[in-house]
Design a protein around this ligand. Structure first.
Ligand code: CDP
Length: 217
């Protein structure tokens, strides 16, 4: 390589946004298109919440949750009981504990070392502040609640009524926005993508266009 050639840093894409905004689906599809690994960081908080519940402890217990986060192993993310109202509530509780967030930070940064797509709440602001592309994905509360309700129905089993799903989601968003450590908010250099009226294909096309523009390709 000549001394004039430069090597681009690995491509990191940070996708943040509230619950059921479409960020997870978008992140997964983008990772396939870009040939990069994908980490759904919500799973980390869900797995920590589950471990604490399994141990018969309270997800709001800072010492218990921090110890669970420090002991988290990649296999814990494969659990099949990380979705649903109980796991939702436990994840939001452990996510407000600074020790938990600190313990999960290194894992997320290591994952992104050689390039990756990460989705979550604080990827563009805290985990990867230098991500080359940052998207903040939103949708109206009504649309998000309807999406989550459909997801729960597709999974089978008992599904709470739509208004309960909406109320729980609104409460979790509120907690995510108002916590002292790494609150949910767009990074200053994030690009907003409202998926309320978009299909998954349309959201992907917009995101791809944004990435091409950001990378100048
Ligand atoms: O799928 P959904 O958007 O409902 O949630 P998730 O992305 O799996 O995240 C579950 C919970 O984990 C969120 O409500 C947050 O409280 C927390 N979380 C976080 O604090 N930071 C992240 N980077 C990802 C999730």
């Amino acid at each position: 390589m000549s001394e004039h050639e430069t090597v681009d840093p690995p491509l990191t894409v940070a996708i943040d946004g509230p619950a059921a905004s479409g960020k997870g689906t978008l992140a997964k599809r983008l990772s396939t298109v870009l040939g990069l690994p994908h980490l759904d960081t919500g799973l980390l908080y869900r797995a920590v919440g589950r471990q604490v519940l399994d141990a018969g402890q309270d997800p709001a217990d800072s010492a218990a949750a921090t110890a669970a986060a420090e002991a988290l192993a990649p296999a814990d993310l494969q659990r099949t009981d990380l979705r649903g109202p109980v796991a939702d509530a436990a994840s939001a509780k452990v996510a407000s504990i600074p020790g938990v967030r600190a313990a999960l930070l290194a894992f997320q940064r290591r994952f992104a070392e050689d390039g990756a797509v990460l989705d979550g709440r604080d990827i563009g602001t805290v985990v990867l502040p230098k991500a080359r592309v940052k998207l903040f994905v939103t949708a109206s509360l009504a649309v998000r609640a309807a999406r989550r309700h459909r997801e729960l129905e597709a999974r089978g089993g008992a599904v709470p009524p739509l208004d309960v799903v909406l109320a729980e989601m609104a409460a979790r968003d509120e907690a995510d926005r108002n916590r002292a450590t790494a609150p949910l908010r767009p990074a200053e250099d994030a690009i907003l993508l409202d998926t309320s009226a978009l299909t998954s294909d349309e959201a992907l096309a917009r995101a791809e266009a944004i990435i091409r523009w950001k990378l100048g390709v």
